[in-house]
Design a protein around this ligand. Structure first.
Ligand SMILES: Nc1ncnc2c1ncn2[C@@H]1O[C@H](COP(=O)(O)OP(=O)(O)OP(=O)(O)O)[C@@H](O)[C@H]1O
Ligand SMILES: N[C@@H](CCO)C(=O)O
Length: 320
């Protein structure tokens, strides 16, 4: 579930009075998602998404996310566009939360991940990177390598309940991967989505119709975003990279922006880091989400398997 805050009809009517998008006909809570409260808002002029930002979001960072969506959407990326109130402001307040209305994107996550979906994803990811280049304000990646060991420490060894010695093995992996992590200025850098999993990419009539959920976006190595996508889309059985899917994703990406040799050189390391990042946030959530919570906990070990695949001798296909 992801409706933490309820909104009364009266509060919604007063909120919408500051916009030019008509009056509410319906406002349904959306079950998917974890971080924020999302509603499908129907007014007499169309459909919108109403988001109330919950406690894990920093209010001072919201203008950066909304600005990035507005920027990329204006360039032609199929992504939500924040809708401004009559005073031009997109970030407002509702039910004592920061709140925003964005455009509704048609489509659904693909039920089948195949080469065609991966190719389309690669194109959209490279467009994101290319069009994000002139969005100049940076946002530090709060889940970058320096955050990994503190995240593991904050799990207080609970990973060992999932798998014996997981904590010490992950700690060793963090040390190895961070030691050889490329420096900030050594690879092409820019705005990255950083969470472009299949549930955040919509398809309609067989074509990619949009990408959503910009709230992990940040400024980092562009190739790291590709690594996140390879891990999320190209491991159908968690432990084995599907080369066909990965080649399609890369081909789609390179049809817009060719990778530089230095990015190919570091790609396996970036995939290891991307596996660690999601292993660690999943482990943190696993330990800190009560078993009876309505939110579904995601399996940390699925990313331990990916990490091991990238650490196996001969792993990587990026120099082919
Ligand atoms: N612009 C949009 N158009 C159509 N549907 C949307 C849009 N934005 C969000 N949704 C719907 O709301 C759901 C939750 O959105 P989202 O994934 O952004 O939630 P979240 O709680 O912010 O993120 P997370 O997945 O990180 O927990 C999506 O799965 C999708 O069904
Ligand atoms: N995509 C993340 C969840 C939150 O965005 C994961 O699968 O771990």
């Amino acid at each position: 579930m992801a409706v933490y805050t309820t909104v009364s009809s009266a509060a919604l009517a007063s909120f919408l009075a500051d916009y030019d998008i008509g009056q509410a006909v319906d406002c349904q809570g959306i079950a998917e998602g974890i971080e924020n409260s999302n509603f499908l808002l129907t007014t007499d002029t169309g459909s919108f998404i109403l988001t109330l930002y919950e406690r894990r979001m920093k209010a001072e960072e919201l203008p950066w996310f909304l600005g990035l969506m507005r920027h990329l959407s204006a360039r032609g990326l199929a992504c939500p566009t924040p809708v401004a109130g009559r005073d031009g402001e997109t970030l407002r307040h509702l039910a004592e939360r920061p709140a925003a209305v964005t455009t509704f994107l048609p489509g659904r996550p693909t039920p089948v991940i195949d080469a065609s979906a991966c190719h389309a994803l690669g194109v959209a990811l490279a467009q994101f990177h290319a069009w994000g280049r002139d969005y100049v304000v940076e946002r530090r990646n709060a889940l970058g390598p320096e955050a990994w060991q503190p995240l593991l420490d904050s799990c207080h060894g609970s990973g060992d309940d999932l798998q014996p010695e997981l904590t010490s093995r992950v700690s060793t992996a963090i040390a190895e991967v961070t030691r050889e992590w490329p420096a900030a200025d050594s690879l092409p850098r820019g705005q990255i989505h950083a969470d472009l999993f299949p549930d955040n990419v919509f398809f309609r009539d067989g074509a990619l119709s949009g990408i959503i959920d910009f709230y992990f976006a940040c400024t980092d190595h562009l190739a790291y975003d590709l690594a996140i996508c390879i891990n999320a889309w190209c491991f159908p059985d968690e432990a084995r990279l599907d080369m066909n899917l990965a080649r399609a994703l890369l081909a789609g990406y390179e049809s817009v922006r060719a990778l530089e040799p230095v990015e190919r050189f570091h790609m396996t390391r970036l995939c290891q880091g991307a596996a660690l990042r999601f292993l660690l946030t999943r482990l943190y959530d696993w330990v800190n989400t009560p078993r009876d919570a309505l939110v579904t906990r995601k399996d940390p070990l699925a990313y331990w398997s990916r990490l091991q695949a990238w650490q196996a001798p001969g792993a990587g296909f990026f120099h082919e």
